[in-house]
Design a protein around this ligand. Structure first.
Ligand code: WTA
Length: 631
């Protein structure tokens, strides 16, 4: 690949070898984008027609601002497209899923046929338990094949899954179970991390107290250590559910606009938001982007390192790659266990050709040194991907040179739980500009505007917005449609993303970060409000305010400012206790790395804590206008 300079000397681009474009599904970016602009509905209809529908749609899109429907009247089932289509076609015995545990011996491989049979058995088991179309099922599991099987089984029978990341604590889990009104919760007895078992079941047991909708708890008892006991009427063993079940199961015929899943994401105020995605549009969106952005081909070995508990896992571990018919690698391992070479060893051993990961992981590897990836042969790699937070130029360069050997294009994909699918990236073959994610992908219209919706001048920063509906967009916030409308109401005619961005003179977009009270820690959104309410639930805490502090490794870390109730005195011991308290309530991902005790917090006269003042103080910056603050 050639390294070239823009007319402006400081702008550097990397241009992939032309064969990437020539051999890609997408072809030329500008041509593809124009095809979309010429006739957006025809563009999406052409993609959707590659998938199987029980009944065709009558209308591609119905846009009733701010509500969109896609493939209106169409009937389908995503699992038919992810599994049966390949089994009935030529890929019956192709490997669908490879799971790798922490040790060399632990490996499980499923062909498409085997995966379909496992999904069907579990789907039949769920039906037997009375779970049907529209029922909510919470899945709280570590990264094991059964997590994927459980998701697909729900989608098979039209049950709405709500996957909760296995690293969340009891309170966070309870909130999500109650929010979704889950009828069944599926879990495992333990997760494995760095050679140790992490018990999960007691977290669930605590989380389903005060969750009256839960009728059943299905527990996968792993063969690591001593299996936990199933002790109440409500509990069932995972393989008891599938026992004697037929490996054939009729997929539920789903309307394109039937809800498919709920996924909770941190909100800027209090409770997390249950983002609702529907069957038809989501399926088309993730199929399209997996095939065209990752250029997934028949012979690829595809590894997305995300956990299915996040949207990245939903769209780009499970549904997108299976819809395209790829071979997917998943792994329960930690990137530096047993040593920091494990990922690169896996790339070599499995011949991974597409690797999709997060900047926080890349920066961690940067710190650990090139000697680890250099021990392994990474020649199988063809395409690299990044998601979750801005891929800063230093991390881009390292990923490009050390992992991609100056050969593999990097797709830095910007998108959200709410968008369901990729929205911005540099399409294969286009010149890549480090620090800039890229442009709207064909099918999507993204812009950077001011608060009135007017596009900013090139080089200026503004609000990132989406100007046209897209198939995989969220349809509502579960039980809170008002919150949904807010996304579309703040800036006239646009979907407000909540990120700040800069549009370069070349049209490339640099995403700077959140403009609201979300903190992106190691690629995961944490609401300041969630952490604050966890802190004030501790008996010693009167008030708390939480900010994100830029961190070279994690993007941000969490710092909490705390005032204490009378009778409690600041101490290091109390700091540790508070950090631990957040850990068990919300989970390790939301743990503050720093706590500072204060006598009072800066507030407006109406009593709102002004985090920006704390942040400015922390960063040694000017706090701005403080005239509206209390004395
Ligand atoms: C951030 C994850 C810069 C952004 C798929 C967004 C990014 C939030 C990128 C969504 C990227 C995601 N460059 N920032 N390539 N990708 N973000 O819902 O702030 O967990 O709004 O979805 O992550 O996070 P979410």
């Amino acid at each position: 690949m050639a390294e070239s300079a823009d007319p402006k000397p400081e702008v550097k681009y990397y241009t992939p070898d032309p064969s990437y474009r020539q051999n890609s599904w997408m072809g030329d970016y500008t041509w593809a984008y124009n095809e979309f602009l010429k006739d957006p509905e025809a563009f999406w209809a052409k993609i959707a027609s590659k998938l199987y529908w029980y009944a065709p749609w009558e209308k591609v899109r119905e846009w009733n601002y701010p509500y969109a429907k896609w493939f209106v009247g169409g009937k389908t089932n995503i699992t038919y497209n992810c599994l049966d289509r390949h089994v009935l076609g030529k890929n019956r015995n192709k490997v669908a899923l490879i799971w790798k545990g922490e040790t060399d011996e632990e490996e499980r491989v499923f062909t498409y046929r085997q995966l379909l049979r496992e999904v069907n058995r579990f789907a039949n088991g769920l039906r037997e338990l009375g779970v049907g179309k529209g029922d909510r099922v919470c899945i709280y599991m570590p990264m094991i094949p059964e997590q994927v099987i459980a998701m697909l089984a729900c989608a098979r029978i039209g049950a709405v899954h709500s996957v909760v990341f296995g690293g969340y604590g009891a309170a966070a889990l309870n909130q999500r179970i109650v929010g979704a009104g889950a009828k069944v919760v599926i879990t495992a007895d333990m997760a494995v991390r760095r050679g140790k078992s992490i018990p999960l079941k007691h977290v669930i047991e605590e989380a389903i107290i005060n969750a009256p909708t839960v009728e059943r708890l299905i527990v996968l008892r792993r063969e690591t250590g001593r299996p936990v006991e199933i002790h109440s009427e409500m509990e069932m063993d995972f393989y008891e559910v599938t026992k004697d079940m037929s490996p054939e199961c009729h997929p539920e015929v789903m309307d394109s606009e039937d809800p498919m899943f709920i996924l909770y994401t941190s909100g800027t105020t209090g409770a997390p938001k249950g983002i609702v995605h529907t069957c038809g549009g989501y399926m088309v969106g993730v199929y399209y982007t997996t095939k065209y952005i990752f250029d997934l081909k028949e012979s690829d070995v595809y590894w997305c390192t995300a956990d299915p508990g996040w949207i990245t896992g939903h769209s780009y571990v499970v549904y997108g790659p299976l819809a395209v018919g790829g071979t997917i690698l998943i792994s329960e391992n930690t990137p530096d266990y047993p040593d920091p070479g494990i990922w690169w060893k896996m790339v070599e051993e499995y011949g991974v050709s597409i690797l999709y990961t997060a900047p926080t992981a890349i920066r961690m590897f940067m710190k650990l040194g090139e000697e680890w990836p250099d021990k392994y042969n990474l020649n199988s790699l063809r395409i690299l991907g990044s998601v979750g937070e801005p891929l800063n130029p230093e991390a881009f360069e390292w990923f490009y040179h050390v992992i991609g050997k100056d050969r593999c294009p990097i797709v830095d994909t910007w998108w959200q739980t709410e968008t369901g699918m990729h929205m911005i990236t540099t399409v294969l073959g286009e010149p890549m500009r480090p620090g800039y994610a890229g442009k709207s992908i064909p099918g999507v219209v993204v812009d950077v505007v001011d608060k009135d919706g007017k596009p900013v001048k090139p080089g200026e920063s503004g609000l990132l917005v989406i100007k046209e509906p897209w198939p995989a967009m969220m349809r509502t916030v579960y039980n809170n449609d008002e919150r949904y409308r807010k996304y579309w109401e703040a800036v006239p005619g646009c979907y407000l993303v909540g990120d700040l961005a800069i549009k370069g003179t070349d049209g490339n977009i640099m995403v700077i970060g959140r403009s609201d009270d979300l903190i992106v820690v190691a690629g995961h959104n944490i609401g300041t409000a969630e952490v604050e309410s966890a802190l004030v639930s501790h008996k010693a805490v009167a008030e708390a305010a939480v900010i994100g502090k830029p961190d070279p490794l994690k993007g941000n870390t969490i710092k909490a400012f705390v005032t204490l109730r009378v009778g409690h005195t600041p101490s290091d011991k109390l700091k540790n206790e508070l950090i631990y308290h957040v850990r068990i309530t919300l989970g390790p991902i939301a743990m503050p790395s720093e706590i500072e005790f204060m006598d009072s917090l800066p507030k407006t006269r109406s009593g709102k804590i002004v985090r920006r003042v704390l942040k400015a103080k922390e960063m040694g910056a000017d706090p701005g206008d403080v005239s509206t603050l209390e004395e």
